[in-house]
Design a protein around this ligand. Sequence first.
Ligand code: HEM
Length: 415
Amino acid sequence: MDTEPAVTAAPPAAAGRQPLPEPLGPGFLARPEETLAEIRETCPVARIRTPAGRPAWLVTRAEDVRAGFLDPRLSLSGGRVPDPDVRRRALDVTLVNYDPPDHTRIRRLATPALTPARMTAHRERIEQAAGELLDAADAARGRGPVELMDAFARPFAFRSLCEVFAVREEERAALYEPVALLADKTGRTARAVEESVARIDGFVRGEMARREAAPGEDVVSRVLAAWHEQGGASEDEVASLLAMLLLAGFDSTVQAIGMSVVALLGHPDVQESLRSEPGRIPRAVDELLRWDTPGPFSTKRVALEDVRFGDTVIPAGSGVLLSVAAANHDPRCHADPATLDPDRGTAGRHLSFGLGPHYCPGSALARLELTVTLTAVLGRWHRLEPAVPLHELAWGGGYLHRRLAALPVLPHGPA
Ligand code: HEM
C-alpha cells in the first residue's frame, strides 16, 4: 500500500490533488531547464516524487532557491549529530551530510587550501596537461573525430586533481581506477564499490603520512597545516574530507567540461567570438555554467521546521530539492535566459556551485580547469563541429547528477 502523502503540483490548499509534475520525463537529462521552466512558471514550489518514489518539494524560482541555500532550517544532516566515537574511514564523513557547527569545523580546514590564488599557482602544469592531451588526441585522430570525454575531459580533470594534490606519477594510474569507479557506479557490484572506497582510504592516509614528514604546497599539506593550527577534527574526519575533495572534484568537472563544449558546438557564433578574443573566456565560463550544469538540483535537504516560500509552507520533516537549473534560467534573475551570452552581466549569479555554507569549495579549481580547457581547445582547432547531431548525444547518470557518456567532435585543422 502506498503510505506516502498525496502528491500535488501546487500549494495543497489552493490546488488540491493535481497530477504529479514529471521533471524527470523523457528528454529531462538532455535539457532539464526546459521541463523545470514549466514547473517554475506554473507552480514554483511544487510537490514531486523523486525517481525512487519518495515525495519531495521542488523549489524553482531563483530568489527562493537562493533563500533555500542560505536557510539553516533546511538541513543536510536531517538533524542527525555525528558520533565522534564511531570509527570512520573515507567517505563516512562527507561535508554534505553535516550541518553547522560540525560542518563548519571540518569545512574550514578545506577552504584555505583551495582559494583562487592557490589554484592559479598550479595553472602552468594544468595548461601543460591540456596541451599534452590535445597533442595525443590530434595524433590519434588523423582527420577523424575525437571522443572528447575519453580523450580529454576525464584524463584532464584527473590530472588537474593530481597536480593540486601533488599525486606522484607512479601512483596516478592506480588511483584513477577507484576514483573513476566511484564517480560512476552504474553496473558495479557492492563489493567493487567497497574495494574502491578502501583503496581511496588507503591512498589518502598514505598521503597524509607522507606530507606530515615532508609538507609541500599541495592541498593535502594545506589541509594538514590548517588542522594542526586549528584542531577541532579527528584524523578520520580529515582523511574523509580529503577523500571527498578528491572524489567530488572529479566527475562534476568532467561533466562541466563536456557540457561547455556541447554548448559551444550548438552556438558556433559564440565559439568563434571566444576563439578570436580568448580574454573573454573566463567570464564566458560562468555563463556556460549558468547555461548548463551537471547538477540540476541541490543535494536533498530536510526541513527541520515549517518553511515558507511565498504562499507555500513546506511542512517540517519534508525533503526539499532546490533547483539550480530552474533558478539559472529564471527570467526574473537572468534576462532572456535561453540565450547563451558570453558577456552576460548576471552570469556570476548562477547557482551551479550552490550558495551559503555548502558553496562548492572546489569552484576556483573548476573555473580554472574550464578556462584552460576552452582556451586550449579553441586555440588549437579553428572550428569544432559535433560528429553526431547534438540531439543524439546519450545522456545518463541520474536526476541529481547528469552524465554525458561520450562526446564525439570533429575538429578542423590547427587554429
Ligand atoms: C564544475 C564543477 C563543479 C560543480 C558544478 C560543483 C557543484 C557543487 C555544488 C552545487 C555543491 C553544493 C551542493 C549543495 O549545497 O547541495 C558542491 C559542493 C561541494 N563540492 Fe563541488 N562542484 C564542482 C567541482 C568541484 C571540485 C573541483 C571540487 C574539489 C576539488 C569540489 C568539491 C566539493 C565539495 C567537497 C562539496 C561539499 C561542500 C560542503 O558541503 O560544504 N567540487 N559542488
